[in-house]
Ligand binder design. Structure first.
Ligand code: XMP
Length: 326
């Protein structure tokens, strides 16, 4: 426990100079820890794993092997951004695993939320394990553990550990961010040259869009979640809400309602918009989104997203609603 406590004299990293100093220190520490051996990292494209990747690329270059598992539940453009930033711009050793069919086939017909989460988590470990076994003798595993994960404060579920790997795959951990708070991780990420869209992104649950495509996931409804989420994010960015609202997303339930389009009766899915503010995710208030913007987003979603004929805005604070719907 002792070496899991943030050193009392550690300065708060709140500017570029301190971030550069931290980066230099950690680059040396990682080089001393791993020498010229290879290190494996599950790179989701979230803030923490992206910052670890950028830091380790600086420290050990191609000896870092990044594995990006596309489980089909990521937001629009995310897998492409991981490839663009890490493979094309940072010249990383990146393995891109297209596991979309694997995940969606396993999830077909599964409607219970916790069961969906378990399947997604377990399959993620299986895919990662398969990739890890393709390399001989890797001793190190890098993880984007940050200090709140260690403190286990708040209900934001820890999702950084590729825990649950079989015993024979024993790795020594490389966790350069383990004493940093989230805002410090972002400052370090900026100093490492990562794009703002990666460094300042809103929280995104490990099971991804899987918990926003309610009930048993179908490809049709999953696309509706992904496309409507992209429209919501685009409109929030255009209207200055991107950096202001803590978390915002869309949800597609598994029931249809009657509507009318071009004088023809429709029977299609609704899209639910959610936009909340919170400090620690324990409680949350609903963002007072301007009505005209809600109308504009509704117009775009009903016109541009297939299979959708209605848009609702969720006015429920937490409690009594949770932030996610599942
Ligand atoms: P709730 O829905 O419990 O969410 O009010 C609180 C915060 O936690 C996120 N969340 C998750 N994060 N795995 C994650 O990594 C999960 O299974 C999960 N469920 C909820 C949620 O997005 C919100 O930020």
């Amino acid at each position: 426990m002792e070496n899991n406590r943030r050193p009392a004299d550690m300065l708060r990293i709140d500017n570029e100079t301190l971030a550069m100093h931290f980066i230099d220190e950690q680059v040396k520490a990682v080089q001393a820890q791993v020498g010229n051996k290879k290190v494996l990292l599950a790179l989701s494209g979230g803030v923490d794993s992206s910052v670890v990747a950028a830091l380790l690329i600086r420290a050990i270059g191609k000896n870092l092997i990044c594995v990006h598992v596309n489980h089909g539940l990521l937001r629009k453009g995310e897998p492409e951004q991981v490839v663009e930033v890490f493979r094309n711009q940072m010249d990383a050793n990146l393995i891109y695993v297209d596991a979309v069919d694997r995940f969606l086939d396993l999830l077909a017909g599964v409607s219970e939320p916790e069961r969906k989460r378990k399947i997604i988590g377990a399959e993620f470990i299986r895919v990662f394990e398969e990739e890890a076994r393709r390399f001989d003798g890797i001793e190190f595993l890098a993880q984007g553990t940050i200090y709140p994960d260690i403190l286990e404060s708040g209900p934001v579920k820890a999702h950084h550990n590729v825990g649950g790997l079989p015993d024979d795959l024993k790795f020594e951990l490389v966790e350069p961010l383990k004493f940093l708070f989230k805002d410090e991780v972002r400052v370090v990420g900026k100093a490492l040259g990562l794009p703002d869209s990666m460094v300042y992104r809103q929280p995104f649950p490990g099971p991804g869009l899987g918990v926003r495509c309610l009930g048993a996931i179908t490809r049709e409804r999953l696309e509706a979640v992904r496309e409507s989420d992209a429209i919501l994010r685009e409109e929030f960015a255009k209207n200055g809400l991107e950096g202001k609202v803590w978390q915002y997303f869309t949800v597609v339930p598994d029931f249809k309602s009657v509507g009318v389009k071009n004088n023809v009766r429709t029977f299609e899915y609704p899209v639910i918009l959610r936009a909340v503010n919170t400090v620690d995710a324990m409680t949350a208030t609903v963002e007072d989104v301007p009505f005209a913007l809600l109308q504009h987003i509704t117009d775009r979603i009903t016109k541009e997203v297939r299979g959708v004929n209605r848009v609702l805005y969720d006015l429920t604070p937490k409690p009594c609603g949770t932030i996610e719907w599942e």
